[in-house]
Write a protein that binds this ligand. Structure first.
Ligand code: ARG
Length: 465
């Protein structure tokens, strides 16, 4: 290790020996923060133009910086910019290259700015763009889910509690339950975006700067709603990253629940749906297998996303104001969360519209499971029995059905009257699956007409985005 002073460091002025080679590697972030290069350049352009507008940079200097940054961007696009660990991070790599290209004017870009407000700005810009892409993918998934629901407003399946057959529902109703989870996720994502969209630029290192900067100018140029209020908070706040990861953890929780249902439904035991081959894989040993790998993998991804949320919460815990190097640790969990969320949404948005329900198998499962038992109890209540007595009567009829291998609708009127003399011929209308779902005819119920109306409202909400 050389102890010679290293003159390449942009901050090397007060140092008398070179950075330890391991420390250099340990403290560098360029291997992962180079993904914010485009945002870093956008932030620098906005800053330089603002500096010119307030008279700190001349028109000539601004023009040189603009041309130089365009050149740097082009080199990054072409992959010819040699990212260097010695230059630590994306910010100093870009600035150093700019100065190489345009000379002394490049060194003026950092006037009235610090990497602390620079990085805070870059992350917000990067996450904001990611949020917009993710929002579009989430909307695509919701469109597919609602579309499948619309095609299945009278496809009867068993509804479950405790994973035991409970009451018949229509498949469209089940899918619209998924859509409600996703609708809330979308709302949370938009809440996160709204709080994120403020410009920390101008906070400089922590206290602001002595130059006559115009923070509203840079905020507007970068599409922020307004500048942040407090310089100390601006450079240290990472709430937006935590909020995004919290959104992600809950979204992935929802996707894992849907995945679990897809895994169950594709099994031979349920046989409720078919997933096209392109979303499944085979087994290298068992030739008959067609495994639902995509939903299984999405179900598993919730682990890393939950982990990233905990990482960021723990990262920020007890950090004193203002910027601390700890904050460099925010990027990898955040970036991996962005990528994981997008990939899972993409998988689901592609897969859900391709689900092929097996209506006959669903219907048969609903028929077999005494799913209209509650309807029989409600019928007896209409005949004048108190609900608890009706419950008792139907329980006995079900026990008989279990013993004799019959569903309630398959029993003769005589048999049914053996349990309660008040039962009449009209009982069979309520024991049918169609009668059962159609009777739940109110807002939020599973009657096909209600489900069709709910799908219409769900579509209307999407159209308002
Ligand atoms: N690479 C750093 C980060 O990601 C940039 C900010 C560095 N600021 C500093 N004062 N060392 O947080």
């Amino acid at each position: 290790m050389s102890k010679e002073k290293d003159t390449s460091k942009l901050w090397g002025g007060r140092f008398s020996e070179a950075t330890d080679a391991f420390v250099q590697r340990f403290t560098a972030s360029v291997t992962f923060d180079q993904r914010m290069a485009a945002e870093d350049i956008a932030g620098s352009l906005a800053h330089a133009r603002m500096l010119h507008s307030v008279g700190v940079l001349s028109a000539q200097e601004l023009a040189e910086i603009e041309a130089g940054l365009a050149q740097v961007q082009q080199e990054i696009n072409e992959g010819s910019l040699p990212w260097s660990i010695e230059l630590e991070d994306v910010h100093m790599n870009i600035e150093a290259r700019l100065t190489e290209l345009i000379g002394i004017t490049g060194k003026k870009l950092h006037t009235g700015r610090s990497r602390n407000d620079q990085v805070a700005t870059d992350i917000r810009l990067h996450l904001r763009a990611a949020i917009d892409t993710i929002a579009a993918e989430l909307t695509r998934l919701q469109q597919g889910t609602i579309g499948l629901a619309e095609a299945n407003t009278d496809t009867i399946m068993p509804g479950f509690t405790h994973l035991q057959t409970a009451q018949p529902v229509v498949f469209g109703h089940h899918l619209l339950a998924w859509n409600e989870m996703l609708e809330r996720d979308y709302g949370r994502l938009m809440d996160c975006r709204a709080r994120l969209n403020q410009s920390p630029l101008g906070a400089a290192a922590l206290a602001g700067t002595t130059y006559p900067i115009d923070r509203a100018h840079t905020a507007a140029a970068l599409g922020f709603d307004k500048p942040t209020e407090n310089s100390l908070d601006s450079v240290s706040d990472r709430d937006f990253a935590i909020e995004f990861c919290a959104f992600a953890a809950l979204l992935l929780t929802h996707l894992s629940r849907m995945s679990e249902e897809l895994v169950l439904w594709t099994s031979a035991q349920f046989n409720f749906i078919e997933l096209p081959d392109r979303f499944c894989t085979g087994s290298s040993i068992m030739p008959q297998k067609k495994n639902p790998d995509v939903p299984e993998l999405v179900r598993g991804k919730v682990g890393r996303v939950n982990g990233h949320l905990i990482s960021l919460l723990t990262l920020m815990k007890s950090q004193p104001l203002a910027y601390n190097k700890d904050n460099q640790e925010d990027k990898e969990p955040l970036f991996d969360t962005i990528d994981t969320v997008f990939d899972c949404l993409r998988a689901f948005a592609d897969m859900v519209p391709a689900i092929r329900p097996r209506a006959e198998a669903m219907r048969e499962a609903a028929r077999r499971g005494f799913s209209t038992a509650t309807d029989l109890a409600d019928y007896l209540v209409r005949q004048g029995l108190p609900f608890r007595d009706a419950h008792e009567v139907v329980g006995k009829a079900v026990a008989h059905g279990v013993d004799s291998g019959q569903d309630l609708a398959e029993m003769s009127l005589d048999t049914l009257q053996g349990f309660c003399a008040d039962i009449g011929e009209d009982v069979f209308a309520v024991l049918t699956l169609e009668g059962s779902v159609a009777a739940r005819d109110h807002l939020g119920g599973t009657a096909p007409a209600q489900v069709a109306a709910a799908a219409g409202r769900a579509r209307a909400r999407l159209a308002e985005r």
